[in-house]
Design a protein around this ligand. Structure first.
Ligand SMILES: *Cc1c(COP(=O)(O)O)cnc(C)c1O
Length: 381
């Protein structure tokens, strides 16, 4: 048996990153919103159908912009899953909001839309669905609930670049959306992200908030003769070197997705047997959701010691991981947030979920070894 290390993730370079960075450097365009940023904006707008897409230095930054865009005030409430990355909640807590945690669906592990209405109070301002593993939340239901109660919807589509819901790009359905280009995602720039603004009348304000609260973007377009401080903002834009790197990735975004999907599909077929034996459950992707193979996870059956499985995999040089520590049971989550209803599915998933190695160009043999070794380990339980 081969004992080559099988890493959990390997960032993929398309090959043109340094070429474009050199182009940006020698053009002396190092600050933000230069030619590469514009190319990325145009590509992302054409791809997503969103009114305006603005690069940010992270998805976290894009979510922080969302909280500013929605004028979130201290004491306002924001409904979101507990089973997510910290930034989904933290961006709103920065503005003094209370994250209200709701349980997730047992199938997709996405915010359970059937539990949202019970969490709504007169202080609720927004719903923040997180498209876990790049599989869409039930956006039709979520948008209907938001409209009925006059709430905003911010899509945390950090994991959802190149995924869609009923043919619509994730991030383009709610009022606002946020993408991540972090090294651990599919399309990357090291650190990086984007804000999607889906209503035309919100675009100028997003530009102001992103440019330190000034109308500098309008000044650059020649729409005003000087730029001034307009409202509260910050510096949310990346420099051109990041945008140049990202451009090399966006050009290959479909190829990256197709390559990952091939590995994802191979895992899915190969793990059907272990699911039939009741040892694990595979991911469930609804018919109307096109996903991007961001992640291949399994939920281990109750009684299987996940830590022992992780350690056994590691002895075979296979690096698998788990997540998330639910936000409602984290120190800051307890301090700043509250839970609405039971967190049963969240807690269960958090304890049973195992993420398998998946990256662009993962050799078939490596992927088959993961399945083989995992099967051998689970057979001992
Ligand atoms: C990765 C991730 C983020 C944060 O993205 P950054 O670009 O690292 O700030 C936020 N939410 C979710 C669901 C994520 O997976």
């Amino acid at each position: 048996m081969s004992t080559d290390k099988i890493f959990f993730n390997r960032p993929h370079m398309t090959g043109k990153e340094l070429y474009y960075i050199a182009e940006a450097k020698f053009g002396n365009m190092l600050a933000g919103d230069g030619p590469f940023t514009k190319r990325c904006h145009q590509w992302l707008e054409a791809y997503s159908g969103s009114e305006k897409v603005l690069l940010t230095h992270s998805c976290t930054a894009a979510l922080e912009m969302c909280a500013l865009m929605l004028d979130i005030q201290p004491g306002d409430e924001v409904i979101l899953p507990s089973y997510t990355f910290v930034s989904t909640a933290n961006a709103f807590v920065l503005r003094g909001a209370v994250p209200v945690f709701v349980d997730i669906r047992p199938d997709t592990l996405n915010l359970d839309e059937r539990l949202i209405e019970a969490a709504i109070t007169p202080r609720t301002k927004a719903i923040v669905p997180v498209h876990y593993a790049g599989v869409a939340c039930e956006m039709d239901s979520i948008m209907a609930i938001a409209r009925k109660h006059g709430l905003h919807v911010v899509e945390d589509a950090a994991q959802g670049v190149m995924s869609s819901y009923k043919g619509r790009a994730l991030g383009s359905i709610g009022d606002l959306g946020a993408y991540s280009f972090h090294e651990t995602k599919n399309v990357i720039s090291g650190e990086g992200g984007a804000l999607l603004v889906n209503a035309r009348e919100q675009v100028l304000r997003a530009e102001v908030i992103r440019e330190k609260g000034t109308d500098r973007s309008r000044f650059f377009r020649g729409e005003v003769d000087k730029y001034t401080w307009q409202e509260v903002g910050s510096s949310f834009l990346p420099g051109e070197l990041i945008a140049a790197f990202l451009w090399a990735q966006l050009e290959e975004a479909q190829a990256i997705t197709d390559n990952r999907l091939a590995t994802w599909n191979a895992y899915h077929a190969a793990l059907a047997g272990l699911e039939r034996q009741g040892l694990l459950r595979r991911p469930i992707v609804p018919e109307h959701c096109q996903h991007n193979a961001h992640m291949y996870y399994v939920l281990l059956a109750p009684g299987i010691d996940r830590q022992a499985v992780l350690e056994a995999l590691k002895r075979h040089e296979i690096y698998a991981v788990f997540h998330y520590v639910p936000l409602h049971s984290s120190p800051a989550g307890e301090r700043y947030g509250r839970s609405q209803g039971s967190m049963e599915v969240t807690n269960y998933s958090s304890e049973r979920l195992l993420r398998l190695p998946l990256w662009w160009g993962m050799p078939k043999a490596a992927q088959e070894r993961v399945v083989q070794v995992l099967g051998d380990i689970l057979a001992r339980f």
